[in-house]
Ligand binder design. Structure first.
Ligand SMILES: [Zn+2]
Length: 163
């Protein structure tokens, strides 16, 4: 079982034998904010932006977008429709001269320890297919109690700290 092995001012660091994932604390805070804590909460979603260090097999999630006006959000589903998500990806790519790029998506589920739905997995396969130039991907599902991270489809589950 992969474990949280470090937390500092900047990153939550997750790892297992074959991959490390660094989540910038700003991203973690956004996820925490959109957790579906009440029965009225709707699913939230956005894209993940960051870089990959192939040598150390590390995926670094530096930033994420938040739900935008033209997204469709329901209790049990969502669709990323607002152009702002792609604009954020393009902007990050430009200002970092290609060091940061699209890494995947995040969305919330109204369950404590979230598992992907059939549609989620289909959606992720489509994302990977459409972005064949990207070396690694990570997809996140934010539950009410923990976050599940899926680097290239592998299941890992991480609890929120101090909440
Ligand atoms: Zn889902």
């Amino acid at each position: 079982m992969p474990v949280l092995f470090a937390m500092n001012n900047e990153y939550n660091v997750f790892g297992s034998d074959n991959i490390n994932i660094l989540i910038n604390n700003n991203v973690w805070q956004v996820w925490n904010k959109y957790r579906q804590k009440t029965i009225f909460s709707r699913e939230a979603c956005g894209v993940l932006i960051g870089g990959v260090e192939l040598k150390t097999k590390t995926i670094i999630v530096e930033q994420c977008t938040e739900p935008m006006k033209n997204d469709r959000r329901y209790r049990n589903s969502f669709t990323l429709r607002d152009d702002g998500h792609q604009m954020a990806v393009d902007f990050a790519f430009q200002v970092t001269e290609g060091k940061q790029f699209y890494l995947g998506t995040w969305h919330t589920h109204p369950e404590p320890n979230p598992f992907p739905s059939y549609l989620d997995e289909q959606d992720w396969r489509d994302c990977i297919y459409r972005n064949s130039d990207i070396p690694s991907f990570v997809f996140a599902i934010v539950g009410t109690k923990s976050v599940s991270l899926f680097p290239k489809g592998k299941i890992k589950n991480y609890e929120f700290q101090n909440t």
